[in-house]
Design a protein around this ligand. Structure first.
Ligand code: 5GP
Ligand code: MG
Ligand code: MG
Length: 177
C-alpha cells in the first residue's frame, strides 16, 4: 500500500454517525436499502447495523465494462432488484461516486419505476471525477482524484476485504497477473 487514506477506526466512527443520522431520516418509512454490488457490501453491512428502524435490503449489480481503472461510461444491469419499487422510499448505498454515471443511471431507473423517493449514501466521494450532475445526499468521506482500494473497493477484484481505504503502489498496477 502506498498510503492509507482512511483508517479502520475512522471508517467505523463515520458508519456509526451515518447510520444514526439515517435512523432519524427514515423513522416510520421502512425504506428499501439497495446495495450496489459488490463494492458497497462492507459499508452497507456496517451502516445498517446503526439504523434503528424497520428497513428492507435488496441488491443491484451494475457495471461498466471490464476491469479498467477508468470507467467506460456505459452502464449495464448485471443483477436487478428482487423488489417492486413503486411507491417505495429508496436509499442507494454506494462505495464511491466518481463520474456519477452509475448513480445517475440508478436514480433515473428507480424514478422511472415510480419510487416515492430516492436518496444516495456513499462511503466515498471523488468530486473532481464528476462527469454527470449528481450528488449524494449522505457522504462518508471526500477523497482525491486517485484510484483507491479497500473496504469494498477493488482493483481487478482484489483488496475488497481490506478494513481501510488506501492507494496502491503503482508497481501493483503494472505487474498484475
Ligand atoms: P462512477 O464513475 O459511475 O461514478 O463510478 C462507478 C464505479 O467505478 C464505482 O462504483 C466503483 O465501483 C468504481 N470506481 C470509481 N472510482 C474508483 C476508485 O478510485 N477505486 C475503485 N476501486 N473503484 C472505483
Ligand atoms: Mg460501486
Ligand atoms: Mg470495481
Amino acid at each position: 500500500m502506498k498510503k492509507i487514506l482512511i483508517t479502520q477506526e475512522e471508517v467505523a466512527k463515520r458508519c456509526e454517525e451515518l447510520g444514526k443520522e439515517l435512523t432519524a431520516v427514515y423513522k416510520n418509512k421502512q425504506p428499501l436499502v439497495v446495495g450496489v454490488l459488490k463494492g458497497a457490501i462492507p459499508f452497507m453491512a456496517d451502516i445498517v447495523r446503526y439504523m434503528d428502524t424497520y428497513i428492507e435490503l435488496d441488491f443491484m449489480d451494475v457495471s461498466s465494462y471490464g476491469d479498467a481503472t477508468v470507467s467506460s461510461g456505459e452502464v449495464k444491469i448485471v443483477k436487478d432488484l428482487d423488489t417492486n419499487v413503486k411507491g417505495r422510499d429508496m436509499l442507494i448505498v454506494e462505495d464511491i461516486i466518481d463520474s456519477g454515471r452509475t448513480l445517475k443511471y440508478l436514480v433515473d431507473l428507480f424514478k422511472y419505476r415510480q419510487a416515492n423517493s430516492v436518496a444516495i449514501v456513499t462511503l466515498l466521494d471523488k468530486p473532481k471525477g464528476r462527469v454527470v450532475g449528481i450528488e449524494a445526499d449522505y457522504i462518508g468521506f471526500d477523497v482525491p482524484n486517485e484510484f483507491v482500494v479497500g473496504y469494498g473497493l477493488d482493483f481487478a477484484e482484489r483488496y475488497r476485504n481490506l478494513p481501510y481505504v488506501g492507494v496502491l503502489k503503482s508497481s501493483i498496477y503494472e505487474t498484475k497477473v
